[in-house]
Design a protein around this ligand. Structure first.
Ligand SMILES: [Fe+2]
Length: 206
């Protein structure tokens, strides 16, 4: 597994401070883990999130291979000094089959301190935005960040018929001192303005 750590940066502006600590890991899973993940996703209960144009499968944490859980825990230990514990693991498959895939700038507004965001399978590119930067992932590549500290989003894109991007999200929380980011589920518009303007300035990708 190769670790490529993007340097932490601090951006100051009139309206907000972003403390960015974002890690990228290429080739996170073995082929056995990928095959297993695809299998438990196909066997799970799926729900359409028409609002975001995606098919969601929750509760994957119960079916993970032990080696995947160990890998997640080791990654998290390398990144954070907090006593983080794995909570929910879910997949979302963005596709025009389920609506118009899109993801506006937001915080998760939950109680998790870290998310491992894995692109498991895709047949098109769809850049992820974190604050005022975009990241292009290959399949089996992960971005790891705090989804309650980093504003995250996707570039505008028109998905063609048959295109899809399948993601897995593994979330981690501090079991000794649970965070409460619930106020961020509806954040001050000023915080989202810069990422929203930046996203719009990029136009629409095909
Ligand atoms: Fe999110």
């Amino acid at each position: 597994m190769g670790f490529l750590c993007i340097p932490s940066k601090v951006i100051h502006s009139t309206w907000y401070n972003f403390y960015m600590s974002i890690t990228r890991i290429d080739n996170i899973f073995s082929q056995k883990e990928i095959d297993h993940m695809l299998k438990i996703i196909s066997e799970g209960d799926s729900h359409i999130d028409a609002r975001y144009g995606r098919l969601r499968v929750s509760d994957l944490e119960h079916g993970l291979l032990p080696e995947t859980i160990e890998k997640f825990n080791n990654i998290v230990k390398n990144i954070s000094t907090l006593p983080l514990k794995m909570g929910s693991v879910m997949s979302v498959d963005y596709s025009p089959l389920y609506g118009e895939p899109h993801l506006p700038p937001h915080f998760d507004g939950d109680s998790n301190d870290l998310i491992i965001n894995i692109q498991l399978d895709s047949n098109t590119f769809w850049d992820i935005g974190l604050n005022l930067e975009t990241y292009r992932l290959n399949d089996n590549c992960a971005l790891i960040f705090n989804a309650n500290e980093e504003v995250h989003w996707r570039v505008h894109k028109r998905f063609k018929e048959g295109e899809h991007v399948l993601m897995v999200f593994a979330r981690f929380f501090n079991e000794e001192n649970l965070s409460d980011y619930s106020h961020l589920s509806v954040p001050d518009d000023k915080i989202l303005k810069a990422p929203t303007d930046f996203r719009n300035s990029l136009g629409i990708f095909d």
